[in-house]
Design a binder for this molecule. Sequence first.
Ligand SMILES: *Cc1c(COP(=O)(O)O)cnc(C)c1O
Length: 231
Amino acid sequence: MSVPENLERVREKMVQAGAKTGRSANDVELVAITKTHPSEKVREAVDAGQMLFGESRVQEARAKIPELPSNLRWHFVGHLQKNKIRHALPLFELFHGVDSLALAQELNRIAAEEGRHPCVLLEINVAEEGSKFGFTAEAVRAEMEALLALPRVSIEGLMCIPPIAQEPEASRKCFAELRELRDSLEKEFDLRLPRLSMGMTQDFWIAVEEGATLVRVGTAIFGDRPKRPKD
Ligand SMILES: *Cc1c(COP(=O)(O)O)cnc(C)c1O
């Protein structure tokens, strides 16, 4: 299958999942994850109308993004290392995986120096395994006041990476928990966290059914990635 055909199938599946729960295609954004794929491959998706992309490594993004049209939108979806923040800030409109107060503080400090106002999602370790990164529900509550006090960082929602499972349905519980945590944080702290980033190739339609506003899909669009450590 070609990239345009793959994109079409992913979009269709998102629309169907949205329709089940009374949501329209406009309620959920598809972030096409381009890590490991060269810019020529990304261009096939651009030609098919995709404008929003995600990368998980700053180094790779710094090489790839300038090779592509400048009107594309880029999200950072990986684990952000503190020493990469300065390079990452001008490249990405949203950071999905802010996974500790220390990282948020460093982002705030460097954003002030660079004159930036980064938008972020807090990564939650819902299953308290899966990803080894992220806030536990308990930690995010304990640290929310400190996070909200960071003047440069705008917290727009939550993100999760469930444990890898055989069955797509296995992720549903994590997605529902992320949504419920968001709902209770909004009440407890009297704030708005409108964005939920959840769902990948293995389970993105389930995430849409459970309230995702962003799904991060790589393999289903671009095909298999060469194996590499640390992803
Ligand atoms: C690689 C990656 C994805 C995309 O994964 P696929 O299974 O290829 O869809 C989504 N989110 C994050 C954080 C990733 O690192």
